[in-house]
Ligand binder design. Structure first.
Ligand SMILES: [Zn+2]
Length: 298
């Protein structure tokens, strides 16, 4: 069992996250997580230098686990339904591993941070550690709904296993989407590759080859586009040639309408894409060509 004061802090942290998450769409930065939460006027960092993190104000159990990209620990979602979390080092009895094992045995809710970019994290909570695999040096974790925390009888019910499996799957899908979005927006310095719009909330990470056609979640298979240009690209109102030129469909070029059509679409005809600096992040020419052929025959 967790002592009352620690549990109070834990719940206050969850409540704080619940208010913050809708504003930031599940993505928070290092600054917000290390300096943002106060309990009784004392700042409590929710993330630390170590992957398994316990702030001083909380006794015994950790508050969060963090996966860092290219970390020496491999946390991979092998079957897209389970979240694996590597031990710290190889010592089963390292205090951090013991802390997480205790959290599993006593079913203590935790937060899971997944680093998307340096200093940028996808936030998931509550999660529970549900398995310990000493031979593989890893734990397994499961996502739970927030409202279950306030209704303890729900934690015991037999459907919990299926609900958690479903929620975990949903979170992992969202995590992959956010990861793709953050990497694309970062590579394109947060602007639309066609019109240069720099309003983050109006930007999408568009796929060149869609998921269902085997498109990979790599930056070279994406474009940072504003909402209107994303929709226009997906509907073949505009095409992008393999040499990075924007083309507006002929019938659209001759239409007469308001300023959005004139400035937003017609005047983009012949524009060169604004591209990422690094060669490996530039849009894949084969992918662009595949889509361009579809646009030409539309
Ligand atoms: Zn645009």
């Amino acid at each position: 069992m967790e002592d009352t004061e620690s549990y109070k802090i834990r719940l206050a942290i969850f409540k704080w996250l619940e208010q913050l998450i809708p504003l930031y769409d599940y993505v928070l930065n290092w600054e917000q997580l290390t300096k943002g939460f106060y309990y009784a006027n004392i700042p409590i960092p929710l993330i630390g230098a170590k992957g398994i993190w316990k702030p001083k104000a909380i006794n015994k159990y950790p508050i969060s686990i963090t996966t860092v990209q290219k970390s020496i620990y491999t946390d991979e979602f092998i079957d897209d339904e389970t979240l694996y979390y590597s031990y710290r080092g190889e010592d089963h009895c390292h205090p951090d591993n013991v802390g997480l094992r205790d959290a599993m045995n006593d079913q203590i809710p935790l937060i899971y941070f997944h680093q998307l970019l340096k200093g940028v994290y996808h936030v998931t909570w509550p999660i529970f550690i549900v398995g310990d695999e000493p031979d593989k040096l890893r734990f397994t974790a499961s996502v739970e709904s927030y409202n279950v925390l306030t209704n303890s009888s729900l934690l015991q019910e037999p459907e919990a296993k299926y609900r958690r499996k479903y929620q975990t799957k949903e979170v992992l899908i969202r995590l992959h989407q956010k990861s793709f979005r953050e990497r694309i927006l970062h590579a394109y310095r947060e602007h639309c590759a066609i019109c240069n719009l720099q309003h983050r909330s109006l930007l999408d990470a568009a796929h060149i080859i869609p998921d269902h056609d085997g498109g990979k979640p790599e930056v070279s298979n994406g474009l940072s586009l504003c909402k209107i240009h994303h929709a226009a690209y997906d509907q073949n109102i505009l095409g992008i040639s393999p040499d990075y030129k924007v083309e507006i469909r002929n019938d659209i070029l001759s239409e007469i309408d308001g300023p959005m059509l004139k400035y937003g679409l017609q005047e983009m005809n012949g524009h060169k894409l604004i591209l990422p600096h690094s060669v490996k992040n530039k849009p894949d020419k084969n992918g662009l060509d595949f889509r361009y052929q579809q646009f030409k025959s539309a």
